[in-house]
Design a protein around this ligand. Structure first.
Ligand SMILES: [Ca+2]
Ligand SMILES: [Ca+2]
Length: 417
């Protein structure tokens, strides 16, 4: 409930005619609103901007920076480039300067895509592009499978198992691979499709990505578990899907393409969450057309990007059935647009990338259930839930199921204090 809600409702009550009647619920609601509207609400953002990494200096030209992954220690990896230059892989320990990865002699380009919770980094280096694992000062070169000309390693779990894809840029095939203990296993034989890519791996060695059985068919998200491949399907009504990440609970996120409403022949990507055999459409922020979910942590919080055109967008957080614009969850004085979120860790820190910076957002501990903005979940919030009971469009609908009911009350009580 916000102050405007209250004013509107008091005015409504004042206008109510004898025919509509002034029910006890109206009176109670009005009194509660009157009490609450006297509170001077504090700004109470749910995330603080813990650290900001500015893009390196490229002289008069703008540098590009992409922050790909954050581990539980707050280590961030990614890449940056100046116009016309190669991608340079970096690691950034919170509170220190960005460090360019120290890879092998002769390496002139690369990207760091993932860092696990023990600090091992994976990505690609080149030329020719191929996967690597950096463990302290040791660099492991994945090399290339014989039928390929390039490869990229995209994710790594805490056991040092890395996954990615290889491809032959002339002949055309592409397939996922798994790298562990110095050995590369191509998924070409076990995936049961002409094309595939592996994108994410969890700490149980379950791998997700997409496969395309033949060129005439669509890409469909898959889960590979010790050689057993399961297709995850599409969002109901959709036609294709790709999986980007899997958490240790086996929940998978990515996107699925759907026919665009009102635009015949066009498709919109929508973020999905797949769990227990069911793929759920996470939707978009209001007024936007597309979304993609890039990461999910052990608390089933999901981050990604939502936009209208595919160019420029807003970083989103999805949790408990609701999608939030991360720009609305940080202190407004930060003032820099958060365009993309590619990763979050198990302590809830979110890695965001803007036009020329990356930033780490840390939860402040303020709960969604603090609807009156006094930074605690308490009596005022309880009154707001009671006052909004049965309504559909209020901030007290904590689980976004379009009604304020006992589920929201239970959520509030679970976050009390
Ligand atoms: Ca409160
Ligand atoms: Ca609800």
């Amino acid at each position: 409930m916000n102050k405007m809600d209250c004013r509107c409702r008091l005015a409504q009550i004042a206008r109510s005619t004898p025919r509509e009647g002034l029910t006890p619920r109206h009176v109670l609601s009005g009194l509660l609103c009157a009490m609450m509207s006297t509170v001077l609400y504090a700004e109470c953002p749910r995330y603080e901007v813990t650290a900001v990494l500015e893009a390196p200096d490229c002289g008069f030209q703008a540098a590009r920076i992409l922050a790909w992954d954050i581990n539980v220690l707050g280590d961030v990896v990614g890449c940056f480039s100046c116009p016309g230059g190669n991608d340079v892989p970096f690691i950034w320990h919170l509170g220190s300067e960005l460090s360019v990865l120290d890879l092998l002699d002769g390496i002139t380009e690369g990207r760091a895509y993932a860092v696990n919770d023990v600090g091992q980094v994976t990505g690609f280096m080149g030329p020719p592009r191929r996967g690597f694992l950096l463990d302290g000062d040791d660099v492991f070169d994945f090399g290339l499978v014989p039928e390929s000309t390039r490869a990229e390693s995209l994710d790594i779990n805490n056991s040092g198992m890395a996954v990615g894809f290889w491809t032959h840029v002339v002949v055309g095939p592409t397939h996922g691979f798994i790298w562990q203990d110095g050995k590369t296993l191509s998924l070409a034989d076990s995936i049961g499709a002409d094309f595939s890519r592996a994108r994410g791996v969890n700490n149980f060695g379950q791998v997700v990505g997409w496969r395309q059985v033949t060129l005439a068919e669509e890409r469909i998200a898959f889960l590979w578990d010790d050689g057993v491949v399961t297709e995850l399907g599409v969002i109901p009504g959709g036609c294709s899907s790709e999986a980007f990440a899997i958490n240790d609970g086996g929940a998978v996120v990515g996107y699925s393409e759907l026919p665009a409403p009102g635009r015949p022949g066009e498709l919109d990507a929508h973020a999905f969450l797949w769990r227990d055999g069911e793929m759920v459409d996470l939707g978009t922020l209001p007024g936007l057309k597309t979304s993609m979910a890039h990461a999910i942590n052990s608390s089933d919080q999901v981050v990604g990007v939502t936009s209208s055109s595919g160019v420029g967008g807003s970083a989103f957080l999805w949790e408990g059935g609701c999608m939030f614009d991360l720009n609305d969850l940080v202190p407004p004085e930060f003032g820099r647009p958060l365009g993309l979120a590619l990763s979050l860790n198990d302590v809830g820190q979110i890695l965001v990338t803007g036009l020329d910076f990356a930033a780490v957002l840390s939860p402040t501990g303020v709960s969604l259930a603090d609807v009156d903005g006094d930074c605690v979940v308490g009596f005022g919030d309880l009154l707001a839930v009671i006052s909004d009971w049965g309504r559909s469009d209020t901030s007290t609908d904590f689980n976004c199921d379009m009604t304020v009911d006992f589920r929201d009350l239970l959520f509030l009580l679970a976050h009390w204090g």
